[in-house]
Design a protein. Structure first.
Length: 94
């Protein structure tokens, strides 16, 4: 089975983001997420059919890769723009 090429929205994010790194996480029986996060806490994600395909996308994009959320620095990045926990922060439309 051919691996999935990195989608254009991930490529675009790497071009405009600062210090982008990727986190790969297993989210379903046959689904792996690749979450790209920049130093300011902005992020995008996409799904891949295998862990190898997600890893290949990281290599293709030239971003540092992490397996899971064990790195506290990446957790802080992801939470940097958490508007849900701030008074007056961004809310989901009803």
């Amino acid at each position: 089975m051919p691996s999935k090429r990195a989608p254009n929205h991930l490529r675009d994010f790497v071009k405009i983001g600062e210090e982008v790194e990727g986190v790969i996480q297993h989210v379903g029986r046959e689904t792996w997420d690749l979450v790209l996060i920049d130093v300011n806490g902005r992020w995008v994600r996409d799904e891949f059919p295998t862990e190898d395909a997600a890893e290949a996308a990281c290599r293709e994009l030239g971003v540092r890769m992490h397996r899971g959320w064990d790195d506290a620095r990446m957790v802080r990045r992801m939470n940097a723009r958490d508007h849900w926990n701030r008074p007056g922060g961004q809310r989901r439309a009803l």
